[in-house]
Design a protein around this ligand. Structure first.
Ligand SMILES: Cc1ncc(COP(=O)(O)O)c(C=O)c1O
Length: 321
């Protein structure tokens, strides 16, 4: 047995964070299989260093612009531990509650939009900001009121297909969306430029002087900082279809977006992370429900039919999603 990090890390690996050592998945250096044994599965593992890293990247991108305020969209994951890390990392928290309204009223109203999540290119932002700017200008001309901030919502995409082993099975539109690699810096640059050029065109650049631009990234902070560890509870071969199945102890009860949005969760065999993922497995959860599957039940091509895992998966192996 070796104790070195494999030199040929797969595409999903993130140096210092998600790595293979001794054939097992390590999360920030911690053995994922040992974690699963100690705390049992299903187990959500949240990486504070990864959240800090993601926030540092956002703050770096924001530092190139005057007056950008970053607020983590806490609907993405609002456990107290996550919120504490977010606050310690130096950004604010955005909430959806009466408290938010109270604060907003106290702070003086601004305009708020959220164009949608996982937007693969900046055009929708640019268009939405231009419309927002028109509104801001109209308001100023009609009432003389200078808005203090505009809030351009979240939506910075996260590349969920870093390892594109299933890319061919996912429909084109879905692949472009899930695999978007627009960076937070590019997104901010495009957004700020849209505001500036609208202001220039309207001869109203002075309105920018005190204007704060608020962004509310959610997934850009948390999406790749959370792993769910599951255990294989059953494997079976179905001769009538020639397919192997792997049934785990977590399904849509914990990964709700799998059925709600047909969201893609990458699967890694944490117990044999260095072994080539050469076998196709239909994957399903434990809910005894026809819809509790990791593939697209209606065959709409939004999710891959199978996940690639090492050959001969056995009961008890831990799978990381
Ligand atoms: C109002 C608002 N702000 C921010 C976000 C966060 O979006 P994302 O996770 O795409 O950054 C959302 C997500 O739905 C939202 O509705």
């Amino acid at each position: 047995m070796t104790d070195i990090i494999s030199s040929s890390q797969p595409a999903w690996a993130i140096p210092g964070y998600l790595e293979i050592r001794d054939n097992r998945l390590r999360i920030n250096g911690v053995d994922a299989v040992e974690l699963a044994k100690e705390f049992d599965t299903p187990l959500f593992v949240v990486s504070a260093p990864r959240i800090r890293h993601n926030i540092a990247r956002l703050l770096e991108a924001a530092s190139h612009h005057k007056k950008i305020k970053l607020c983590y969209a806490s609907k993405a994951n609002n456990t107290l531990g996550v919120l504490r890390v977010v606050r310690d990392a130096g950004i604010d928290v955005e909430v959806n509650s009466g408290g938010e309204l109270f604060r907003a009223l106290r702070a003086g109203v601004g305009l708020h939009i959220h164009v949608g999540s996982q937007t693969p290119d900046p055009e929708p932002y640019v268009e939405a900001l231009a419309a927002m700017w028109d509104h801001l200008l109209w308001l100023h001309r009609e009432t003389g009121h200078k808005l203090q901030h505009i809030n351009i919502g979240g939506g910075i995409p996260v590349n969920y297909l870093r390892d594109d082993m299933h890319a061919e099975e996912i429909g084109d539109a879905e692949r472009d969306m899930l695999g978007a690699d627009l960076t937070s810096a590019e997104m901010m640059e495009a957004a700020i430029e849209a505001v500036r050029s609208s202001a220039r065109e309207a001869g109203a650049e002075y309105l920018l002087d005190d204007l704060e631009i608020v962004m509310e990234p959610g997934r850009a902070v948390i999406a790749d900082a959370v792993t769910i560890l599951t255990k294989v509870r059953n494997v079976k071969y179905r001769p009538e279809t020639g397919e192997n199945w792997a049934l785990t102890d977590a399904g849509y009860n914990l990964m709700l977006s799998m059925v709600m949005y047909h969201w893609y969760y990458h699967a890694i065999d944490a117990s044999r992370a260095a072994e080539p993922p050469v076998s196709r497995y239909r994957m399903a959860g434990p809910l005894c429900d026809g819809g509790d599957v990791y593939f697209d039940l209606h065959g709409e091509g939004r999710l891959p039919d199978c996940r690639l895992l090492p050959a001969n998966v056995e009961v008890g192996e831990r799978i990381a999603n």
